[in-house]
Write a protein that binds this ligand. Sequence first.
Ligand code: HEM
Length: 403
Amino acid sequence: MSKIMEWIDARLPVTELIKSQATEYPTPKNLNYWWNFGSLALMVLIIMIATGLFLAMHYKPDALLAFNSVEHIMRDVNYGWLLRYMHANGATFFFIAVYIHILRGMYYGSYRAPREILWWIGIVIFFMLMGTAFMGYVLPWGQMSYWGAAVITNLMSAIPVVGEDLVVWIWGGFSVADPTLNRFFVLHFLLPLLVVGVVVVHLWALHAVHSNNPVGIDVHEGKDTLPFHPYFTIKDLYGMGVFLIIYCYFVFFAPNAFLEADNYIPADPMKTPAHIVPEWYFLPFYAILRSIDFLGAFSKLAGVIAMVASIAILFILPFLDRSPVRSFRYRPLSKQLFWLFVVNAIILGWVGYNPPDASLFHGAIPLILIGRTCTAIYFGYFVLLWLITALNIEKPRPVPKSL
Ligand code: HEM
């Protein structure tokens, strides 16, 4: 075996690469379980591509056949139900992993220098994932697929001058129809493969600057680090085991917990469902979209801009945070703001789930008011973080010199 490896290594230094980038890769010794979610996202990405590939062998991207082809997968294809439930629930678990991964980065200041490019690549991945999930949801061609696609693609019409033409171009006709389904299938197949490429660059950027850690200080290689293997391979594997148990619970015992009942009704362009809701992972952004409608004629455009801005603002986060300290562990005000941000995002999700005309306390508080307040708090997080750090309002606690 070693002779073969020697032969290969002389031509392509594989052993050297594995040693320097995997087994002996220096990793901060104090990484906690929040650092598991990058590898968990990677695991779900692999599950999604593997199950998606087999689903694509039986699925028909044709408006007349799509719905039935999914039922065919569920009933006739050997283990087709398993493939489909793994894939549909995989989307949910992908977003759980990625949201925790992003929040971990926000809490421990992983977006700060020198990791800005790593962070930006992450946001690009996030946009790609949202596009992929949206187009995947259209494929079963149920009522929610159809009307969700109609609502979201219609948002483009708010873009001045070219909006209307852009929507027709995206649809491939004058409504969401067969050509739309066809192109969404092609793009839903292609995008995850591009995500793999961008994830490789993400990891390249990570390995160039190395991992941040809960204390948030720059570490001294050797003194503060351990080789990745076996210390972090075993920790990642343990995390994967726990994550898979929870995922399997949903796949096998509650496979429709995250799916909409309406999507088991075939798409009908003549019947609008009473309440069109996106998947849970889009709800906070959907709530922001619906909350901005005070600009009269331009309300739709303003809503779309606010929704895109709510994610795009993450790009400038590295420049908004001016604190001398990275980790929020030592930053009392930032820490409180962070938890306010998390709770607020959950409330936004709940607002997005409810019909826009709903109200609370016997009609005393309209939901739209709660949505607008939470939207203000969402953006307020970024403004306040900038203010308290730029004006030195926050006094960080002393940070240890080494791990
Ligand atoms: C398919 C999606 C993604 C995959 C597979 C992925 C994978 C990974 C992996 C394996 C790591 C190293 C382990 C860890 O620190 O957890 C990592 C680190 C990191 N990722 Fe991602 N990632 C994804 C999406 C994102 C997104 C959406 C963002 C931010 C918007 C992001 C930002 C970061 C940052 C800042 C680090 C360094 C963290 C640190 O060292 O403290 N990633 N990623």
